[in-house]
Ligand binder design. Structure first.
Ligand SMILES: [Zn+2]
Length: 405
């Protein structure tokens, strides 16, 4: 079964929801309120930029007449220069909006460089200060540019070209945690929608649920709160958003253990397809207002099943496949099947415990000295001239991971 029609590094995920429901043996309807009408040849690009343990999201609405740009957060202090370069590479000259979700340094760290580097329309930040040099630097950059800060008012909508975003939070003036001051917003483009909540915690999520209708929250894409922390992303909130895709921005082997395993388990149970900057690098979502496609910087398989096991590498020349367990529990691969899709060749694993965090390799005869398991077939398994994706199924036949080629 081929799920993604694709070129290298590109996952076209049309119809994936249907397939996931078929796999899950159930059906669901996603109710999403459509936004303002959009013209032909108009599209939206949402870049979840890999800044390690931090957040930086560039949203571009590109139509025939103009490109409109918005940045939500700017990573850590050391990310400023890189972000300015990244934005320039995308053709950004003006940022119509900047949202600094909350004054923690992993969100506003690079904001001073960005403010200095571009023309800025509106800058939206919550009414709270932080007694840090990072915060002071941002304030200095704002005043040097003669900008004023717009305070977020829940329910207020702003146009971004033919897209529109609505402020969802913060809904109170006073919180114990700086995270709960995070500006949350929902962006709608045609019939596609996205929710961004910064590091808002369970308390703010509850306030959002109290203040907004479910149908004003239902969205295709949810950028998980607080780098996938279990102090946010409550079951009720996930239920209301009911996303098809979850994006997690976090650093490799970060000291917080983000994303937390309870959250990953919930996402799996809900059949939410997860992309993570620590595994996939920068993630770009394209929307034409109807369909969504996803491109990732790193050649990492996407995980679809109930286990956090992915095909993490496919070296067709060396005839070698790497499978990694990103979860925190050991997985018995006994009876699992690895498929070379073009030739429909199959490798069936004998009993093998793949320990949490570790990898296993499967290779052709020529790579027998380098791999853990040999594909017992004469000749090569993988086509070197044509597309030949890899698929991994568990012992029950559930598709666990796809590696596009
Ligand atoms: Zn954070």
């Amino acid at each position: 079964m081929k799920i993604f029609k694709s070129t290298k590094h590109r996952y076209i995920i049309l119809g994936i929801i249907l397939i996931l429901f078929l796999l899950a043996g159930c059906s669901l309807t996603i109710e999403t309120q459509a936004g303002p009408p959009i013209s032909e040849e108009s599209f939206l690009k949402v870049h979840f930029i890999d800044v390690g343990q931090g957040d930086a999201t560039l949203i571009q609405q590109i139509n025939q007449d103009n490109t409109y740009n918005m940045l939500i957060d700017a990573g850590n202090n050391g990310d400023g220069e890189y972000l300015v370069e990244y934005l320039k590479d995308q053709g950004v000259e003006t940022l119509d909006y900047i949202i600094g979700t909350h004054p923690h340094s992993d969100h506003i760290g690079g904001l001073d460089d960005v403010i200095k580097g571009f023309q800025v329309g509106a800058i939206i930040m919550p009414k709270v200060m932080a007694n840090t040099r990072t915060f002071e630097e941002v304030m200095e950059a704002v005043s040097d540019k003669g900008l004023s800060i717009t305070s977020p008012v829940p329910g207020t909508s702003y146009p971004l070209g033919e897209a529109e975003f609505t402020i969802l939070a913060p809904n109170s003036d006073d919180y114990a945690s700086l995270n709960d001051y995070s500006i949350a917003n929902r962006l709608v483009f045609g019939s596609n929608s996205f929710i961004f909540t910064g590091d808002a915690e369970a308390l703010s999520e509850e306030e959002i649920l109290n203040n907004f209708n479910k149908r004003d929250l239902a969205s295709d894409v949810f950028k998980l709160a607080h780098h996938g922390s279990s102090t946010s992303n409550t079951e009720d909130f996930l239920e209301a958003i009911n996303p098809s895709y979850g994006i997690i921005s976090c650093g490799q082997d970060n000291s917080y253990g983000h994303p937390h395993r309870e959250i990953m388990a919930q996402l799996k149970a809900r059949n939410i397809l997860v992309f993570r900057t620590d595994l996939h690098g920068t993630i770009v979502i394209n929307s034409d207002g109807k369909d969504i496609s996803i491109e990732t910087e790193l050649d990492t398989g996407v995980n679809l099943g109930s286990q956090e096991v992915v095909i993490s590498g496919l070296d067709k020349i060396a005839e070698m496949v790497t499978i990694k367990n990103n979860g925190e529990e050991d997985v018995d691969l006994g009876g699992w099947r690895l498929i070379s899709v073009r030739g429909n060749q199959e490798f069936i694993f004998p009993k093998h415990i793949l320990k949490a965090g570790s990898s296993v390799t499967v290779g052709g005869y020529d790579s027998r000295d380098k791999v853990d398991f040999i594909w017992e077939l004469g000749g090569g398994v993988w086509s070197n001239s044509q597309s030949d994706p890899a698929e991994l199924y568990d012992e029950k036949g559930n598709l666990i991971s796809v590696f596009e080629d």
